[in-house]
Ligand binder design. Structure first.
Ligand code: ADP
Ligand code: MG
Length: 251
């Protein structure tokens, strides 16, 4: 079997489409027959909730795995769209513990035994470069950076990429940027098209051809606790995430 691709979905801004992308990419890969695990590494637990896992405090989450890394399989929940190691706000309880000992490799070690079971592991990161994101970057071989093309500054993106280069050097020199993903693309105005074109010229090798259009189905699917494919497989949002999935599989 090919080496497992471990992909972090990261951007320190909130609301750009990280969780939406993590959930629907994991679902998209699974429905193409690629065995995929989703890891929710955000204490907001949005990925877990959008797959229908409302996590009570006594249920096992990524926090418990990071504290007891021996048997990672015990922490995997089966949602219909994807297998997931869920999260909730108890994750915050171990932030100080991880920071104190500069434990940046805890996630990497705890999921290492799972690699042989999956072709892809997708990690949904929190909206900051905190100790959890650092763990994700250490554990991953690739990252996807979703960008909200409705709210955009090229300077902001250049700064973000510089920061990622910095963390790459410091934390994981082998980390590759798999791609920048234009999210929340609005076809009703020309602004998103202009921004997409600017991104394409600035980062020709890094920008995904697929962009994710603004579509209310995405919000509705989250409320219905379904992937976009089981919510409305014929809609534009499902088409966009299907096209992203194919772009990633076909490299
Ligand atoms: N393409 C889209 N069209 C419409 N709404 C979207 C789209 N992508 C994301 N959203 C909505 O925007 C909000 C933020 O998205 P989310 O994926 O949670 O971002 P992040 O994880 O980066 O904070 C969510 O309410 C989500 O439903
Ligand atoms: Mg999120």
């Amino acid at each position: 079997m090919k080496k497992t691709k471990i992909i972090s979905i990261t951007n320190q801004k909130g609301g750009v489409g990280k969780t939406t992308t993590a959930v629907n990419l994991a679902a998209g890969l699974n429905r193409k027959g690629m065995k995929t695990l989703l890891i929710d590494l955000d204490s907001q637990g949005n990925a877990s909730a959008s797959l229908g896992l409302i996590i009570e405090h006594d249920i096992r989450t990524i926090k418990d795995l990071l504290l007891n890394p021996e048997n990672p399989r015990d922490f995997i929940a089966k949602a219909s769209a994807a297998e997931i190691i869920p999260s909730n706000n108890s994750l915050k309880d171990i932030e100080d513990f991880l920071i104190k000992d500069r434990n940046f490799d805890t996630l990497k070690h705890s999921i290492a035994p799972l690699a042989k079971d999956y072709e892809y592991i997708i990690i949904d990161c929190p909206p900051s470069i905190n100790v959890f994101t650092k763990n994700a970057l250490r554990a991953s071989n690739e990252i996807i950076i979703p960008i909200d093309v409705g709210y955009f500054s090229l300077l902001g993106i250049k700064q973000l990429l510089e920061e990622i280069e910095h963390f790459k050097k410091e934390l994981n020199p082998r980390l590759d940027i798999l791609g920048i993903l234009a999210c929340r693309y609005d076809r009703r105005t020309s602004l998103s098209a202009q921004i997409y074109e600017t991104l394409r010229q600035s980062f020709p090798d890094k920008l995904f051809k697929t962009y994710i259009r603004l579509n209310i189905d995405i919000v509705r699917a989250q409320i219905a606790q379904k992937s976009i494919f089981s919510y409305n497989n014929r809609g534009t949002a499902a088409q966009d995430y299907n096209s992203l999935t194919e772009e990633i599989i076909n490299g």
